[in-house]
Design a protein around this ligand. Sequence first.
Ligand code: HAX
Length: 442
Amino acid sequence: MKIIEERIAAQLPLWRERVNHLRGKSGDFKVCDVTVSQIYSGIRGVQIQVSDISYVDPKEGIRIRGFTIDELMQELPKARDTKNPMAGGLYFLLLTGDLPSQAEAMAVEEEWQHRCLIPTYVFNSIRRMPPDTHPMTLLSMGIMALQRESVFARKYAEGANKQDHWRFYLEDAMNLTAKLPGLAAFIYNLRYQDGIYIPPNPDLDWGANFGYMIDRLKDPDYYDLCRLFFFLHSDHEGANVSAHTSHLVSSALSDVYLSCSAGINGLAGPLHGLANQECLKWLLDIRDQFNGYPTQPQLEQYLRSLLANGEMIPGYGHAVLRITDPRFTAQLNFAHENIKDDPLIDLVEMVYNTLPPLLMEKGKVNNPWPNVDAINGALQYHYGVTQFDFYTVLFGISRILGITAHIVWARALLKPIERPKSLTTDMLEAMVTQNEKANGVN
Ligand code: HAX
């Protein structure tokens, strides 16, 4: 897409010079040391990647291109008569770092409209899968099937110059993201609505179109929830499982489709994206166990017993955040503004008011506050999207906005193949012993 390509091209000389200067002048400077326990606990906290697209501050939540969630809710362009940002403007920001004008956001939306048609062979490959295949598997497969369309893969085979790889990644990124709402709607309709097909509506933006294509025609509030959901889930810095997986795969010059499909497989894990389906299931279990909804004292007693049994409460805790996730708060605000008298949403809020002090009492939980997943399933459920094994697909189509922005920039900055080093337990023990001897420890 020309405007975005030109914006990135204009910034590139400065960025490349900045990185080269840093590497040349301070290549030996140590950012952090890695401890044995970090090696054995998921390289937690080891700063291994640079992302200028977003950053998760433990005390503040995500900043996308320097802006908080609240700031972006105000500043990003909106579709007419709506409160939540259009994905087109968000994607412009993710890719260029510049806050878009209304016209620039609309230009991305129009570009997506032109590129949104999905080849029939992709639908056919999904149709052939057994009906109980998880929707995340179908999403990953759909993206993989589209790989045949990769412009980068074709240009690479023709000998494209390395300096230009990012331009073809950008082309693939625009093509893939354009197709995501249609691909997700196809999977939803195939699995839960007898395979109905509703073509995209050229008068609607990317986010609302998903709601339209799954036949939520009578509920404009649901369109706005889609916009909010896709905005809030779009990125969470570069080192989470899905973003980092895609980054790693793309470092081998695997194209956007191969890289994003790999990231989606990471997102499908229960400790990452699948948590949103687990969370709704958990809320519905409470409803079933109480044959309705518990009172606050009943809920507190119930939560205490779960924690005493060592159970993990889905939707609570985070590897980085140490506050209520602002993305949870934004969705709770949406519920307050748009939803009246839904006992499931009331239960979400009751858990929010009851659980954090109990998690704190346990003493070992580093973050007792809700993450984004603690509410998003309940909101979908309210609007009739009750099939919770689909929720991670919604997360996935949104997250690919951030992931593709990261991998386009990784190619633009000519990042090399990623190849850390492993070592054996013998080696590690020998290193520790040698260090102890050197320090006179017996
Ligand atoms: N309920 C009960 N105990 C919890 C807990 C929770 N929600 N969150 C953490 N703990 C416990 C851990 O089990 C751990 O106990 P052990 O030392 O006995 O193993 C202890 O508290 C310390 O854990 P932590 O350092 O606070 O948390 P981690 O960084 O290890 O894990 C997780 C972060 C998000 C994976 C974790 O909090 C969790 O599994 N939460 C529930 C699942 C969930 O909501 N996942 C979605 C996260 C958001 C996301 O990435 N979405 O994609």
